[in-house]
Design a protein around this ligand. Structure first.
Ligand code: BGC
Length: 799
C-alpha cells in the first residue's frame, strides 16, 4: 500500500514536471528569444504587473501590507524583498525568464539596511560627500571615480539600479534637498552628473537621474504646480538633464512629484516623450518618484513606464483601461519593452554572483580624497592655513566639532559603518584638542540628546541640538592652554521640508555669533588664530560675520571621512582646490526667487520662510499649491552678474594655499564657423603645489533675446602644478554654446554679432578676454514645442 502511494506521488510529480518543462521550452524566454516574442507571450495581467512595482514592505510587515501603503505616501522607499532596505523591486515573471530587479537610494552612496533579521553579517555602505561638495570639485574624472566605487557597492550588494544622481537646480538656497543636487548652473550639473552616471554604470548597474524636472522645493512637493516659461525650463531646469542624457544615456530617469505648467511631471507626454525621447534621444525607461503622479493610465500614455513603488489601485486602473480600450495596448507594450530592455542588461538577469563584501576600506579612501577636493577655502587672512608647525593644541568649539554632520536626511542618507568627527580627524593628523572643552561639549551633547524629542516628524531626522553657549571665563581660560581655535558651525536639512530664512538656519543663531565674536577676541588678544569650519549642506549667510575670524573653510557635509578630510586641508596635506558651484548671497532677500519661494497654497497665505517647518502642513499637504518662477533664466550668478547685485562669495569662488596667474587666452579664429577652440595658460606663481579650476564664460549679443551678462561654457581642473609650473588648457566652443532658447521658434538660436570669451578663476575674477564674430543668425537646433505656459507670466527683464 505504502509503495503504491509513493509510486502515485512520483508519477504525478514527474508528469507535472515534464509538462511544465515542455511548456517552458515552447515559451519564449527573455534574452534567448526576440523581445517582441516575449512581449507577445505575456498576458495582459503580466504586462500590467511589470509596469507597476511590487510595493513597499517595512521591516517585519507581511507582504499584503506592502502593496497597500499608498495612504502613507510619500515616504522614503523601503522594501525587504531581496535586499533589505532597498527602495523597491519590479515584478518577476519566471515563466518567461523575467527576474525582479531591485532599486535603492540614493545620491551620496548606496542606501540599504546595514543589518538584517537573523543575520550576523553587516551591510554597511560608504557615505560619500553630498552632491554639492562633489560639484565643488569641478573635477569630472574624480566624480567618475566616485561613481565607479558607488556602482561597485550597488553591484556587490545585489542592487540593479541606484536612485541617483539628483540633478535639480539650486534655484533657492532654502530648498531642503539642495545638498542632494549639484549646482545653480545647468552646465556644471550636466557635466558632473554625466561623469557620475558613467562611473556608476561602468559596473554594469543602472542609475536613475532624478527628479525630472523643475522640482526645486520640498514644501507641498506632491501638489506644487511649477509655473515656468519655456525658455527658463529649457535653459535652466532641463538643460543639465539634456547634457547628461547626451553624454551618459542613463538606464533610467525618475520623474518628479510636481506639476509643470499644470501637468504632473509623470503624466506629461511633453516632458517624457517629446523632450526626453524625441528631442534628446533617451533610450532607457522612466520611473515615478515614490507614489508620484495621480492617474496611472495618463502616466503610461506619457511614457512614464514604471510606477513606483507600485500599489494595487494602479494595476486595477491600467488593466481596466486596457480592457475597455481606453489605453492602447501598443502603448503598454512600449512601456514593457523599455523596462525589459533594461532588465536584460541588469546584473540580476545576467546571474551576477554577489559577494556582499565590497572593499569598504578602499572606498573610504576615495570618499576622503574627494571630500578634501570639494571643500572650499572662503577666507585665509595672513596665510592662517595651513596651520603652522608650532600649532599643536587646538581649542575646538561648536557642537559639530564633536558630532560632525556627514550628509543630509531622508532618502539621501546613507547607512555607513562609522563617521570621523572633526576632533578625531585632528588627532589623527597629530594635533591634540583641549580635553576640558571636549569633556564639556560631550557631556552637553549627551544630555541634550537624552532629553530631546526623537524626531520632528516623518523623515525629518532629529531635532537639531542648540549650540552650546560658552561663557567668556571658560574661553579666556582656554586661550592660554591652546595654540589656535576652531569653531564649527553645523546645519542639516533633508527631504520633506525646506530650510528657513531665520536664526539657526540660513542665519547664524545669537549663540553662534556670540561664539565667533568672543572666541575671536579672546584668541586675537593673545595673537592666536581662529578658523571657522562650515559643516553645512547648503548656503548660509556669511556677509555679516566673515570679517571676524582669520580663516573660513566650507567643508560641506563631506561623508563618513569628514573629520579626516578637513584635517588633511588644515595641516596642508591637501591644498584646497574646491570652488563654489552655487552663490553665497549677501542677504536672503537678494536671491532672485526670494519673494516666490517656496510658493503658495492656493486660497491660503504664503508659508513663512522664517517659521519652523510644520511637516503635516508641508510636503504631505494635498491642497493645490503653486509657484511662479518670475526670475526666469536669471538664477544664481546669471542674476547677480547681470543686475550687478553684490554677493558674499560669488559662483566659482575658492582660495588656494598657492596663487595662480592666467595668461595667453587665444581663440583658434576670430570668426565663428562651426566651432572654435579657446586656449588659456594657468601658472602656479605661489610657493606650494596646487590645482586650479579654470572657468570659461561667454557673453553673447542680446538684441533679439535678453541675455545674461555671461554664462559658464567650460571648466577644467588643472593637474597638480608645482610652483612655477604652468599648463595650457583648451576648451571647445560649439554652436550650442552660443545659443539661447527662442520660445517663438521653439529652437536654440544664436544671434550674429560679437561674442566675448572670458577665462579666469571665478565668475568675478576673469582677467582674460578675447572676442570672435558670428556672421549670421543661426538656428542651432529645433525642439518640439512642449510644456507651454497657459498664461503669460511677468518675468524679470534686465532692462
Ligand atoms: C524621494 C526619492 C527617492 C524615493 C525612494 C522619494 O521620497 O523623493 O528621491 O528616490 O523616495 O526612496
Amino acid at each position: 500500500m505504502r509503495n503504491k502511494f509513493i509510486l502515485l506521488i512520483l508519477c504525478v510529480f514527474t508528469g507535472v514536471s515534464i509538462n511544465a518543462q515542455t511548456a517552458i521550452k515552447t515559451l519564449p524566454q527573455l534574452g534567448k528569444d526576440p523581445l517582441s516574442r516575449v512581449i507577445a507571450a505575456m498576458t495582459l495581467e503580466e504586462k500590467v504587473n511589470l509596469v507597476v512595482g511590487q510595493g513597499m514592505r517595512m521591516p517585519g510587515a507581511p507582504s499584503e501590507i506592502s502593496k497597500n501603503t499608498e495612504q502613507m505616501s510619500p515616504v522614503v522607499g523601503q522594501t525587504q524583498d531581496q535586499v533589505s532596505g532597498a527602495a523597491g523591486t519590479t515584478y518577476p515573471i519566471p515563466r518567461l525568464g523575467i527576474p525582479s530587479i531591485v532599486v535603492a537610494d540614493g545620491p551620496a552612496g548606496l542606501r540599504i539596511s546595514p543589518t538584517r533579521q537573523n543575520d550576523k553579517a553587516t551591510y554597511y555602505c560608504t557615505a560619500f560627500p553630498v552632491a554639492t561638495l562633489l560639484a565643488s570639485t569641478w573635477d569630472v574624472d574624480l566624480v567618475n571615480k566616485v561613481g565607479q566605487v558607488i556602482g561597485n557597492e550597488v553591484l556587490e550588494y545585489g542592487v540593479d539600479v541606484i536612485l541617483g544622481p539628483g540633478m535639480n537646480i539650486h534655484r533657492n538656497p532654502l530648498c531642503g534637498r539642495n545638498f542632494e543636487y549639484y549646482s545653480e548652473d545647468p552646465y556644471v550639473t550636466g557635466k558632473i552628473a554625466a561623469a557620475m552616471v558613467n562611473g556608476i554604470e561602468s559596473n554594469g548597474v543602472g542609475t536613475s537621474a532624478k527628479h525630472f524636472a523643475a522640482n526645486n522645493a520640498e514644501t507641498n512637493r506632491n501638489s506644487l504646480n511649477t509655473i515656468v516659461s519655456e525658455r527658463a525650463l529649457r535653459e535652466i531646469y532641463l538643460k543639465g538633464f539634456g547634457i547628461m542624457v547626451e553624454e551618459a544615456q542613463p538606464w533610467t530617469i525618475m520623474s518628479s512629484y510636481n506639476l509643470i505648467n499644470g501637468t504632473y511631471a509623470p503624466e506629461s507626454y511633453d516632458l517624457l516623450t517629446k523632450v526626453l525621447r524625441n528631442d534628446w534621444g533617451f533610450k532607457g525607461f522612466v520611473m515615478t518618484d515614490w507614489f508620484g503622479g495621480r492617474d496611472a493610465v495618463a502616466m503610461m500614455n506619457a511614457g512614464n513606464d514604471l510606477l513606483m513603488p507600485g500599489n494595487p489601485n494602479q494595476n486595477k486602473a491600467i488593466l481596466e483601461a486596457a480592457k475597455a480600450g481606453k489605453l492602447d495596448v501598443k502603448v503598454l507594450d512600449k512601456n514593457v519593452e523599455r523596462i525589459l530592455n533594461i532588465i536584460l542588461q541588469s546584473p540580476k538577469f545576467k546571474g551576477y554572483k554577489i559577494s556582499n563584501k565590497p572593499d569598504l576600506k578602499a572606498h573610504a579612501e576615495v570618499s576622503r580624497q574627494v571630500a578634501s577636493e570639494g571643500m572650499v577655502l572662503l577666507k585665509n587672512d595672513n596665510s592662517t592655513l595651513p596651520i603652522s608647525d608650532n600649532i599643536k593644541k587646538i581649542a575646538a568649539f561648536g557642537n559639530t566639532s564633536y558630532e560632525i554632520i556627514t550628509g543630509g536626511t531622508g532618502s539621501g542618507d546613507v547607512n555607513e559603518a562609522y563617521s570621523v568627527p572633526l576632533v578625531e580627524g585632528l588627532q589623527n593628523a597629530g594635533l591634540s584638542v583641549e580635553e576640558n572643552l571636549k569633556i564639556l561639549y560631550e557631556a552637553y551633547l549627551k544630555a541634550a540628546k537624552a532629553g530631546r524629542q526623537r524626531s520632528r516628524g516623518f523623515m525629518m531626522g532629529s531635532v537639531p541640538i542648540a549650540e552650546l553657549s560658552i561663557n567668556s571665563d571658560i574661553i579666556n581660560s582656554i586661550v592660554n592652554l591652546t595654540d589656535a581655535a576652531i569653531i564649527t558651525i553645523g546645519r542639516n536639512s533633508g527631504e520633506g521640508y525646506d530650510r528657513r530664512d531665520g536664526e539657526g538656519d540660513f542665519l547664524l543663531s545669537y549663540v553662534e555669533k556670540d561664539l565667533i565674536n568672543s572666541v575671536t577676541s579672546a584668541f586675537h588678544s593673545k595673537g592666536k588664530k581662529v578658523i571657522v569650519i562650515l559643516n553645512v549642506g547648503g548656503v548660509i549667510e556669511t556677509a555679516s560675520w566673515k570679517e571676524i575670524p582669520d580663516a573660513i573653510l566650507l567643508a560641506w557635509q563631506a561623508g563618513q571621512e569628514t573629520g579626516n578630510s578637513i584635517a588633511d586641508i588644515l595641516v596642508g596635506k591637501v591644498n584646497p582646490s574646491g570652488k563654489l558651484a552655487t552663490t553665497f548671497p549677501v542677504n536672503y532677500k537678494d536671491v532672485p526667487s526670494a519673494s516666490n519661494f517656496p510658493g503658495k497654497v492656493i486660497g491660503q497665505t504664503q508659508p513663512k520662510a522664517d517659521k519652523e517647518p510644520d511637516m503635516a502642513a508641508s510636503f504631505m499637504r494635498p491642497q493645490p499649491a503653486e509657484v511662479t518662477y518670475e526670475e526666469g533664466i536669471y538664477v544664481g550668478y546669471r542674476y547677480y552678474s547681470t543686475f550687478n547685485d553684490p554677493v558674499s562669495y560669488e559662483f566659482g569662488y575658492g582660495l588656494s594655499y598657492t596663487a595662480f596667474e592666467y595668461s595667453n587666452l587665444k581663440l583658434s579664429s576670430t570668426k565663428f564657423g562651426n566651432k572654435l577652440t579657446a586656449t588659456v595658460e594657468v601658472r602656479n606663481t605661489g610657493k606650494s603645489e596646487g590645482k586650479e579650476v579654470v572657468q570659461v564664460y561667454l557673453t553673447a549679443p542680446g538684441k533679439k533675446l535678453d541675455k545674461p551678462a555671461m554664462e559658464l561654457r567650460g571648466f577644467k581642473k588643472s593637474k597638480l602644478l608645482k610652483p612655477g609650473e604652468s599648463q595650457v588648457l583648451s576648451f571647445d566652443i560649439s554652436k550650442k554654446d552660443l545659443a539661447s532658447f527662442d520660445p517663438v521658434l521653439s529652437a536654440w538660436t544664436a544671434e550674429k554679432g560679437l561674442y566675448t570669451v572670458k577665462a579666469g578663476s571665478s565668475s568675478k575674477n576673469l582677467s582674460q578676454t578675447a572676442t570672435f564674430n558670428l556672421g549670421n543668425d543661426i538656428i542651432v537646433k529645433k525642439e518640439s514645442p512642449a510644456l507651454l505656459l497657459k498664461d503669460k507670466i511677468n518675468e524679470l527683464k534686465p532692462r
